[in-house]
Design a protein. Structure first.
Length: 342
């Protein structure tokens, strides 16, 4: 199946694995790329040295195009993007920040850049700085989807942008692929679906929980990591989304995160409390959320952990290999297309 996405990024299929923290590991990224899609490495939890090692690990597992993801407002993201540029990674996907410097540097070696957007305004700005594609994230998505559902957001952004669109939020089936193409997209990103594959590092306990949940079993709150975020509905998630962090708790957690990420403690915590308390609270919530996410994914611990998941979880009931999944999606897509009225 060829679209502008496959032509732009040199892949066979209009399918993308987004950079999900602790899930989009080198193994899952390579499996996605080897199966014909585009895998994006998650760098949020990684240091610059770990990012460089992960990039080289991917290259040992595949000779196909791949990318890395950088959430620019996160500590260490700029350093990870710098490593990707030095390593001349084929694709860089940035979000929550200004990526003009990434576009300029990547284009110098023929690299491609994808901007993650949730509004028409963001899409227009990204196109102006020269990105190669847009990852359009609807309300149904895991983690930080927009306020508008994919059904409306994709055609809205298609109206204001000529770039290839990768639709995210609610996609995990061949029927969804056909729907996205009909709405004006050129590919789909399937985070939750790819989290439930054999190559995914998600703990088996968490995989079983995903299979048991329905489409309505999620919580959408800004109290988990400071931004509007979608997570699996569990007692722990309800507790952690009940109210935002207070400033003193935020300062304590920011201190712990600064130590773990080797950031300057005085500037991060003391300076933040005095000059930018809201930024400090955001930093602290990110830090606390990161550990909760890790516990659910790596340890299957839902007494302390929280799983980011999209509403599409209710459509997922098996754990195929990535290659099996992609072949099935293509078959579903063709069958769906054939049933549509002329």
């Amino acid at each position: 199946m060829h679209t502008r996405f496959t032509e732009t990024f040199g892949v066979q299929l209009p399918l993308l694995c987004p950079g999900m923290s602790y899930i989009a590991t080198p193994e899952l990224v390579a499996a996605t790329s080897n199966a014909g899609g585009l895998g994006i490495l998650a760098t949020g939890p990684l240091t610059a040295e770990q990012t460089r090692s992960a990039i080289r690990r991917i290259r040992s597992l595949t000779d196909k195009p791949f990318g890395i993801g950088c959430t620019l407002m996160m500590p260490g993201a700029r350093e990870n993007a710098e490593v990707a540029l030095q390593e001349q990674v084929p694709v860089i996907n940035y979000s929550l920040g200004k990526g003009d410097w990434i576009v300029k540097r990547a284009s110098s070696y023929g690299g491609k850049v994808i901007a993650t957007v949730v509004t028409e305004k963001h899409a227009i700005s990204a196109e102006k700085i020269g990105v190669d594609a847009l990852l359009v994230t609807g309300h149904e998505a895991a983690a930080h989807g927009g306020e508008v559902t994919s059904l409306v957001l994709i055609p809205a952004i298609r109206k204001v942008s000529s770039l290839p669109i990768i639709a995210a939020g609610g996609f995990g089936t061949g029927q969804g692929l056909i729907a996205a193409l009909a709405l004006g997209a050129d590919a789909i990103a399937m985070g939750s679906r790819l989290a439930l594959t054999q190559e995914s590092p998600v703990h088996h306990t968490t995989k079983d929980m995903i299979r048991q949940r329905s489409v309505g079993d999620t919580i959408y709150s800004r109290n988990f990591d400071g931004l509007w975020c979608r997570v699996m509905d569990t007692p722990t998630a309800r507790k952690l989304t009940r109210k935002p962090l207070g400033l003193l708790v935020a300062g304590w957690r920011a201190l712990g995160m600064a130590r773990r990420m080797k950031l300057p403690i005085g500037k991060t915590v003391l300076g933040g409390m005095l000059t930018q308390p809201q930024n400090l609270r955001q930093l602290a919530q990110f830090g606390a959320a990161t550990e909760s996410i890790r516990l659910a994914i790596e340890d299957g611990d839902h007494q302390r952990g929280v799983q980011l998941i999209g509403q599409v979880q209710g459509l997922l009931d098996d754990i195929p290999t990535v290659n099996e999944l992609f072949q099935r999606l293509l078959s579903e897509a063709r069958a769906t297309r054939d049933t549509l009225p002329n």
